[in-house]
Design a protein around this ligand. Sequence first.
Ligand code: DHB
Ligand code: MG
Length: 224
Amino acid sequence: TWTAVDSYTQSHVHPPSTPNHKALLDALRNSRDKGLPDIATAPTVAKMYALQCKASKVQHALEFGTLGAYTSIWLATVNPTLRVTSLEINEHHAAVARENLRNAGVADRVSVRLGAALDLLPVLAAEIERGEKPKLGFVYIDADKENNWNYLDRVIALCEPGAVIYVDNIVRGGSILDATNPEPRAQGARRVVEMAGKDERVDSVVMQFVGEKGYDGMLMAVVR
Ligand code: DHB
Ligand code: MG
């Protein structure tokens, strides 16, 4: 039923006549053909992020975990003046992402940076410090889950007040409840929720959702 509802509602709010429709499907197909895992953000969620950027008139967005650039294509196609920086540790993923961005006509607005995010963040911080790039108005953390908190903790200083930070895959079918789950990814979800809740720099909420990708949810943190 969740998938059927997604299909029905998307056929109305994101019909095939939408300008970015084909580029998004092409990106998913090309990513699958090139062997990327089928774990891109769901269309409904990626569009929600794109609309969030639009509503907040965000100038500069940052993504942790480019994968095939599916979410970046959403952000950039819905927001022509938005500049996106996207961090990816996997060279093949980054190459496919750049292909998909070129095909979508937004390669000049999305900068894919290859490397470990914890190494790339200081570089971005220096660029922002020098005034070469605006501070961040939107951040999407969707990479190695064990670093969720490290990424959130370090990115806050690069954000403007009121910036919105989302962390994906927080609920994972309810596995966040299992404190004894030794899987680092599950612990990464618990840690970021527990740490964000104590952190004076942000005001946070966790939203559960269902859809074509199953039952999951995200943390939203707004920078004070
Ligand atoms: C996985 C990672 C994700 O970011 C996601 O949204 C779903 C699954 C994974 O690594 O399995
Ligand atoms: Mg994810």
